[in-house]
Design a protein around this ligand. Structure first.
Ligand SMILES: [Zn+2]
Length: 259
C-alpha cells in the first residue's frame, strides 16, 4: 500500500489554449499550465510517477527547448527541478527506487538524470515512438533527457504492469496523446487515485469528448478515456491531471495529497 502521495509542482509553461482545446473560443490566447509529477511513499520503495523537465531548462537560456519553443514558453524558477521538490518533502532523489513514466515528452521525463538509482518503467511502444517520432511531435522529445539511463535500468512493458508486485501501483496503457502513453492507478490507504499524465488535460473536456489539439490518435484517446472512466467508476477513483491548473481540492507538496 502507498502511505503518502505528494503532488510535486516542477514549474510550468505558457502555451496556447488550442493545444488543449482547438474549439475554445479563445483558442489563440496564451494559457499557463503547471507541470505536476508525483512521489509515492511505499513501505519498501520510493516511486516517482514522471519527473518534470530537465534541470537544463530550469534556469537555462531562452530557446533551450529548441523547436518546441514556438509552442511552449517554460516558466521555470530555481527549485523547480525534481530533486529539490523531493528534498522539500523529506526525501533525497538518490532514494528513489522506481520511476514510472507516463511518456517521454520533455516535461515528464527531463528529471531522469537526477534519479540515478531508479528503475525506469514505461511502455515499449513509447520508447520506440520516441526513437523516431513523426515531425508533428518530434520537438517534444529531447533524447538527452533519457540518454544517461543505462540499459539495465529500463523496464519496458507491453500492457498492464503491477510495478511493485503487490497491486499498489498499476501502470496501464492509455494511448492517444502518444502511442505508448500509460496512466498509473495507485492504491492509497483504501482510496484509489489514477494519475492520468497527458491522457487527458481537463475533466470537463474528457467528459464531453472534446479532443485536444495536440495528440497522436483521436480514436485511441477516446478509447483510453472509456477505460479510465471504467476504472474510476469501478474503484471510486480520484483522477489527477498532469497539467490541470490548481483547484481548491488539489493539495500540492510539501503537504501530502489526500482524497
Ligand atoms: Zn505530453
Amino acid at each position: 500500500m502507498i502511505r503518502r502521495l505528494f503532488v510535486l509542482c516542477c514549474g510550468g509553461e505558457r502555451t496556447q489554449r488550442a493545444l488543449l482545446d482547438p474549439w475554445d473560443t479563445r483558442a489563440s490566447d496564451p494559457l499557463e499550465i503547471p507541470y505536476y509529477c508525483y512521489l509515492l511513499e511505499h513501505q519498501d520503495a520510493l516511486v516517482m510517477v514522471d519527473c518534470g523537465p530537465s534541470p537544463e531548462l530550469v534556469g537555462g537560456p531562452d530557446g533551450a527547448l529548441g523547436a518546441q519553443s514556438s509552442l511552449s514558453e517554460p516558466l521555470l524558477s530555481p527549485g523547480d527541478d525534481v530533486a529539490t521538490r523531493i528534498s522539500q518533502v523529506g526525501f533525497s532523489a538518490a532514494e528513489v527506487t522506481h520511476v514510472v513514466l507516463t511518456h517521454l515528452h520533455y516535461d515528464h521525463c527531463g528529471g531522469l538524470g537526477l534519479l540515478p538509482g531508479a528503475e525506469v518503467h514505461l511502455q515499449a511502444a513509447e520508447r520506440a515512438f520516441a526513437g523516431d517520432p513523426p515531425s508533428y511531435q518530434a520537438a517534444a522529445y529531447l533524447p538527452g533527457d533519457w540518454a544517461g539511463v543505462e540499459p539495465p535500468r529500463w523496464r519496458e512493458a507491453t500492457g498492464e504492469v503491477d510495478v511493485l508486485g503487490d497491486g499498489s501501483i498499476v501502470a496501464f496503457p492509455t494511448p492517444g496523446h502518444t502511442p505508448g502513453h500509460q496512466s498509473v492507478q495507485v492504491d492509497l490507504a483504501g482510496e484509489t487515485v489514477i494519475l492520468l499524465g497527458d491522457a487527458a488535460y481537463h475533466p470537463g473536456a474528457m467528459a464531453e469528448r472534446r479532443l485536444p489539439g495536440y495528440l497522436w490518435s483521436p480514436d485511441a484517446l477516446v478509447g483510453s478515456w472509456k477505460q479510465i472512466e471504467a476504472r474510476r467508476d469501478r474503484h471510486g477513483a480520484h483522477l489527477l491531471f498532469s497539467h490541470f491548473p490548481p483547484t481548491e481540492e488539489l493539495v500540492i507538496a510539501p503537504e501530502a495529497w489526500h482524497p
